[in-house]
Design a protein around this ligand. Structure first.
Ligand SMILES: Nc1nc2c(ncn2[C@@H]2O[C@H](COP(=O)(O)OP(=O)(O)OP(=O)(O)O)[C@@H](O)[C@H]2O)c(=O)[nH]1
Ligand SMILES: [Mg+2]
Length: 359
């Protein structure tokens, strides 16, 4: 999964990037002019993988990973600049939008004052404007082609009109329902407001845990799901991410932080994108695989290898908790917990799967 960190200049994007990745790239008090985004990969901590690895003692243990990117900030009203930024991030699976709420006179706010709800609203507008421009250009090209006698793709045209109407109402495309066919018809345009978004309010360290009024204000102003808004102190979380694990716990307690941002953002990302994990086990490898909720055993097989999907016969499935109750595959079988499932079985979070296939 790829998550792009975005936001206005000096909102703390790079600080949050460091907090989420444990890296330590330079943060600046002026707008950075990165030519290449920062990229950092982190593993998704999953206790189940750890426990299974302890049981199977495999040669290799593989966690799911998340790739974070951090790039230049967006600038209100600067379409050309924002376009450049969006082109870097529009292949992301999710956006983490950092909104500044921390006070610090030494860090210049590009709009002169601290107002998180205003910034969130401006950012949303920039996403909408970029998409509107995409839609209109595309429709314009289709109209030109029609004049030259080329018949437009009516399906695509209809969907584009729907997108245009939505965007004109200032509704981001992530709130629009598209059928799978519609999605397929527009995916090549790589809209930006269609990407699921988490808003991260970067608060002062003095106000950690007191962000509810701000969350409410942003949700109301941008008409945004409260459940997809997180607050944290980038500065503190960045310090936390640099600490050895044995010091991290007491630091969390001292700072009044319930859960490190690192976990919060990943959990929200999974929730928002409707992601779950299934597990594979064995002497060679214990591994977590990330899939979308609702995927079938056949689709899950395809995640591992197209050969397994092609030659799919059956999947042996056992729920993680049932497996742990017995402690081994033999015990789970004895207790009748190991099921044989077919192609259309809908995979559950935490299923341990073993695919039988024939190619
Ligand atoms: N006090 C305080 N300062 C912060 C916090 N987060 C970031 N800063 C400071 O704000 C400045 C900008 O932070 P960056 O993380 O570089 O911000 P950015 O959004 O990446 O900035 P650009 O890449 O230039 O757009 C740095 O001096 C940070 O130390 C915070 O939570 N509290
Ligand atoms: Mg930066």
């Amino acid at each position: 999964m790829k998550i792009a960190i975005t936001g206005l200049s000096n909102s703390g994007k790079t600080t949050v990037f460091n907090a989420l990745t444990g890296l330590n790239v330079e943060t600046t008090i002026y707008a950075s002019s990165l030519e290449e985004p920062h990229v950092g990969s982190v593993r998704v901590n999953d206790k189940r993988v750890e426990t299974l690895s302890g049981i199977f003692k495999p040669k290799k243990t593989t966690y799911s990973t998340i790739l974070y990117t951090d790039f230049q900030g967006l600038t209100k009203g600067d379409n050309a600049h924002n376009k450049k930024v969006f082109e870097f991030i529009r292949d992301a699976d999710a956006l983490v939008e950092v909104v500044r709420a921390f006070d610090d006179d030494s860090v210049v706010h590009p709009d002169g004052s601290i107002d998180a709800a205003r910034d969130a609203s401006n950012l949303e507008s920039e996403l909408l404007l970029y998409d509107l421009d995409l839609v209109e250009k595309r429709l314009g090209r289709m109209a030109d082609a029609a004049k030259r006698g080329k018949r437009p793709d009516e399906t695509e045209k209809k969907i584009l009109e729907k997108c245009k109407e939505t965007l004109y109402k200032e509704i981001p495309l992530r709130k629009t329902h598209f059928t799978p066919e519609e999605q397929k018809a527009i995916v090549h345009l790589q809209f930006i407001s269609i990407i699921p978004k988490i808003i991260v309010i970067n608060v002062s360290e003095e106000t950690i845990g007191q962000a509810q009024p701000l969350i409410d204000a942003i949700a109301a102003r941008v008409n945004f799901d409260k459940n997809a808004i997180i607050s944290l102190s980038g500065k503190i979380e960045m310090e936390l991410a640099q600490l050895p694990p044995e010091d991290a716990e007491s630091f969390l307690k001292d700072m009044g932080i319930e859960e490190p941002a690192l976990n919060k953002v990943i959990n929200k990302g999974y929730e928002l994108l409707g992601l779950i994990s299934f597990l594979t086990v064995g002497e060679d490898e214990v591994r977590a695989w990330t899939i979308t909720k609702g995927m079938t055993a056949l689709e899950a097989a395809g995640k591992i290898h197209s050969d397994i999907e092609r030659g799919f016969i059956r999947a042996e499935a056992v729920a993680y908790d049932d497996f742990i109750a017995g402690g081994s595959m033999a015990e789970a079988k004895k207790a009748g917990h190991v099921r044989l499932e077919g192609k259309n079985y809908v995979v559950s979070d935490g299923d341990i799967l073993n695919f039988r296939f024939n190619v």
